[in-house]
Every structure is written in C-alpha cells, then in structure tokens.
Design a protein around this ligand. Sequence first.
Ligand code: IPE
Ligand code: IPE
Ligand code: MG
Length: 251
Amino acid sequence: MRSKEGSGGLALPRHVAIIMDGNGRWAKQQGLPRTEGHHRGARSVREVVACARELGVPFLTLYAFSVENWGRPVAEVSTLMSLLQEFLFNELPLMLKHGIRLRVIGETSAMPPAVRGVLASTLAATEKNTDMTLTLGLSYAGRNEIVRAARKIAEEAARGELNPADVTEEAFSGHLDTSYMPDPDLIIRTSGEVRISNFLLWQSAYAEFVFTDVLWPDFGKAEFILALEEFSRRNRRFGLTGEQVWPQGAR
Ligand code: IPE
Ligand code: IPE
Ligand code: MG
C-alpha cells in the first residue's frame, strides 16, 4: 500500500494535496497588509513545487482559491488574481525546465479573462510534460465539483449516452475535474485550522491528513519534508486488518 521509495529513502505519496492557509494571519503578525501575506505565500508555493519535483512526487495539488473566497473584499480578490497571473507568467520557464505539467480544477470560467488567458497558454505549453503534474484549485469547491459531475452524468443519460446502471464509483470519478489524477494520499493543511473547507471531498475518502500550525508563508522545504516523514510513518489499512495488509508482520 506504499508507493515506491523516492530519493532519500522516504516512502513517497503519489499525490500530495495542500490547503495553503494562514497568509492573512502571517501578515497581521508582521504588522503588514494581508496582501503582503499572499505575496510571501507565493514564495512558499515556489519552494514546495521545487521540492516535490526534486523528490519525485508525481502529483501535487494546491488549493489556491476557493469558491467561498469570492466573498472576500474586492481588493483582496483582485490582488490574488494579479498574483496568480504573475505566478503563471513567471514560473513557466521553470515548469518547462523541470518537466512540470500544469492542470487546473474548479469552475475556471469564473476567473477574470486575463487570468484565463495566461492559464490557457500555460496549460497548453506544459501539456506534454510528464515528470510531475501540478494542479491548482481555482474557484474550486468540492461540492460544486460534485454537482457539476452529477449534472454532466444526468445530461449524458438524458441524451441516451449513459445507462444509469453504469454510474459506478469509477464512472463518477471520471466525471470529476480530477479525473486524470489518483486520489490524494496525503492532504496537508497549514495554519492550525483542522478542517477540510470544501477541498477534494470525494477524493479524500482515504487520504492521510497532516495538520501543522506553521502559517503558509513560513512553510517551505523543511516543513514539507516533515509532513512526508509523518506520512511515511502512517499505517494505511483501507478497512482491512493489519495482518491482511502486512502478512509478514503486523505494524
Ligand atoms: C490562504 O491564506 C490564502 C487563501 C485562502 C487564498 P488566508 O488568506 O486564508 O489567511 P488567513 O487564514 O486569513 O490567515
Ligand atoms: C481554504 O482557506 C481555501 C484555500 C486555501 C484556497 P480559507 O482560509 O478560505 O478557509 P476557511 O474559510 O478558513 O475554512
Ligand atoms: Mg484562511
């Protein structure tokens, strides 16, 4: 039930997903505006992406902006949108150099046209890369995704393309935004909050969770490796007994 060993001997998860939280509180602690926290948070993104790529994690998913985040003050939303645009533009050469394929989950039609433009060109430019898949959750919410999948299934059934008896878990997964990736093995949340906040609700059924008090702008390579080490100590049984999963000796 463990994935292959990566460099450094860690039993690496195939898919790590991160709820990047605490930018605002980091800024407040420093006496800075919230937007400064988001700027610093972008640095953490860069560092964690580079580290995941270096270690050989095949799928990394980052929750960057939720459907609920649209309710924040207009100025903060617009800073986040500009930062995203900047990030996509600036990181393209590195993504190409390191073989990173960018994907996106969420209702991206809600994003401003400028972001959609740079997003479309980055997705296209990195499409053929195979070393790591970096997915951004943009205007993403798990319930919203599940409802959109259910709607697609209903439409296919109404057109006679899908038999209701064929709506299996696999078929349902295939209609989610995440259809191209395995379920997350590890979900990390920073900033001390212990909740899922509408992230990967369907996909997290058997994920391991690591919660850390570190605020996202302070989260870097060292903290990421600590979370991976914590993951490698977990015993995943998937409903079975320890003896079934490890016949050579129970853990
Ligand atoms: C995470 O940090 C970034 C986004 C949700 C976009 P926050 O902005 O939520 O920071 P806190 O939780 O207010 O500290
Ligand atoms: C979750 O963070 C969303 C992202 C990280 C994009 P929030 O800061 O929005 O979560 P809540 O509202 O505190 O649960
Ligand atoms: Mg928050």
